[in-house]
Ligand binder design. Sequence first.
Ligand code: ATP
Ligand code: ATP
Ligand code: MG
Ligand code: MG
Ligand code: MG
Ligand code: MG
Length: 236
Amino acid sequence: MAKSRFEYVRQFEKSDILLPECYIVVRIDGKKFHEFSKHYEFEKPNDMRALKLMNAAAKNVVLNYKNEIILAYGESDEYSFILKKETTLYNRRQEKIASLFVSLFTSNYVALWPKFFDRDLDWKHLPFFDSRCVLYPNLQTVKDYLSWRFVDTHINNLYNTVFWKLIQVCEMSPREAENFLSGTVSSEKQEILWQRCSINYNNEPEIFKKGTMVSRKGEFLHVDIMKVIDEIFDGY
Ligand code: ATP
Ligand code: ATP
Ligand code: MG
Ligand code: MG
Ligand code: MG
Ligand code: MG
């Protein structure tokens, strides 16, 4: 096909090529999900339907890119997809990878919504997600990345569980619950949950406490990542 005289504008397009030999992590995160979850009346602190929907959307992304992905890990409104260091997906173009992952995830989230929620999505409150690619230069930093997200899940979930139970069971106001928990360490929070609300944190669902790992085959696992991390990355 003949080139038009306008073709030169192509030169203005620049793409970032992700450094070779590095693991690529694509992390997506729901935009303003604090509000989104309020609008659709998510159960607090953890809405199981919403977590399962996130997992189902992530599973389809993993299966679509199963030759490139080692695993995915998700909690709350976020998911991380860990790609093999040798992947040549889209010639390692950063914006292609980040945009296609988040777009595929979002379309799945929307398409699968009715499987998990009785109520329709309304056009003024549609879900959308941000996306970034982060490079990790060796196995240790990838493992630490995953451990970081895992620890974050634990810390947030413990806090949110006690916070909401103090409100729901002990009838504290959000302000009172916040003040009550201020300065407490993990063991104290678990003790408060037990003493005040008769809830044993250990009996909370694993999916809440540990988040969800998606294997390359699309299996969901809710496990202590710190304990299995060396096994998971064996061979990578
Ligand atoms: P940003 O746009 O900066 O990401 P955000 O409101 O999405 O803002 P996050 O830090 O990403 O803030 O937190 C996500 C919030 O979404 C949580 O704090 C929680 O209120 C809500 N949320 C996400 N998933 C669930 C769930 N399964 N059940 C209940 N609430 C949820
Ligand atoms: P890539 O993933 O590289 O973008 P692609 O198949 O999407 O590959 P494009 O160059 O973006 O290739 O071209 C989009 C193609 O989609 C068109 O060539 C055409 O076949 C099809 N297409 C898009 N919009 C329409 C439409 N409205 N009606 C019919 N065909 C369409
Ligand atoms: Mg955020
Ligand atoms: Mg968010
Ligand atoms: Mg988030
Ligand atoms: Mg196209």
